[in-house]
Design a protein around this ligand. Structure first.
Ligand code: ASP
Length: 304
């Protein structure tokens, strides 16, 4: 059985000075997840490990460094789904939880599986998930942006990961600080199965990013997975899913897709999308900010 992992750091515009940090963060996340898979760990463990790296990195809009809401606070959403039993867990509008993806993963074994606000925070604390002061998740850069009310040029960068383990189990996870200046209590697509993520061992798994209010009505992650039927390549399925969003609603979005054969794909209609991946067939992980970079590299490889 093949192993594979793909991560994203959001569909957005990456300003020049943040290019390096985005590549480095995605690479570190892929490596963390890949280490778990190579050691025989489960796809769930790998996705959690990769997303925890991104949640710790203030380059990304998840965990520490999340974008601030209208009240100047960090309120985050995260979810995980696995493709064998279709188990899932999610938290939304939570504060003071260092790694919301770990709380979401814990909820996969439980009922209820989606908890919000204080109830999610209580669950996390009761289950040994690292807690922190609400303010500890606010980075200096985000605080400054909020105080200056700067026009947001780069869309916040939600993170996600999809992995395939040695047992053939596919898992998807997504984590976000939401949208800049969002009203307190606003919940986007990230915590919603079918919208922010989906996993089905028979077809594939997907994590999305972008305008939650546009992703939700087209059920973007499940739409991408449905396009995999009939052995469609994940890259084509991802593109078709984004096209179907563009046809029906306004907004920017992106998605990463992995199938049971370990084939990866992604698509977006934002100007950039940070993506990194590693599969059993590769010598080392790769990361991209613009997809054309990959196409050029492939062309170069073929011409050698
Ligand atoms: N999808 C996230 C949300 O709407 C934001 C993002 O991906 O940029 O909360």
């Amino acid at each position: 059985m093949t192993l594979a992992i793909i991560v994203h750091g959001g569909a957005k515009t990456v300003p020049g000075e943040k290019v390096e940090a985005n590549h480095a963060g995605c690479l570190a996340a892929v490596e963390a997840g890949w280490t778990v898979l190579r050691a025989g760990g489960s796809a769930g463990e790998a996705v959690e490990a990769a997303i925890r790296v991104l949640e710790s990195d203030q380059t990304f809009n998840a965990g520490f460094g999340s974008t601030l809401n209208s009240e100047g606070g960090v309120e985050v959403d995260a979810a995980m789904m696995e493709g064998e039993k279709l188990s899932w867990g999610a938290v939304a509008a939570v504060q003071g939880v260092l790694h919301p993806i770990s709380a979401a993963r814990k909820l996969m074994d439980d009922k209820p599986r989606l908890l919000v606000a204080q109830s999610a925070e209580r669950f996390a604390a009761d289950h040994g998930i690292e807690m922190c002061a609400k303010e500890d998740l606010i980075s200096e850069e985000q605080q400054q942006e909020w105080e200056e009310e700067k026009e947001v040029v780069d869309r916040p960068n939600t993170v996600g990961c999809v992995a395939l383990d040695a047992k053939g189990i596919l898992v998807a996870g997504t984590s976000t600080g939401g949208t800049t200046g969002q009203p307190q209590g606003r919940v986007g697509d990230t915590a919603l199965v079918g919208c922010g993520l989906y996993a089905d061992n028979h077809l594939g798994a997907c994590s999305t990013t972008g305008d939650g209010e546009s992703i939700i009505p087209v059920v973007l992650a499940k739409t991408a997975i449905d396009f995999l039927k009939g052995d469609t390549h994940p890259d084509d399925a991802a593109r078709m899913a984004i096209n179907s969003l563009v046809e029906r609603v306004e907004g920017e979005a992106g998605c990463i897709v992995l199938d049971p054969q370990g084939r990866v794909g992604w698509a977006y209609n934002s100007s950039d999308m940070v993506v990194g991946y590693m599969t059993a067939e590769m010598d080392q992980p790769v990361t991209f900010i613009k997809k054309e970079e990959e196409q050029k590299k492939e062309e170069q490889l073929q011409s050698v």
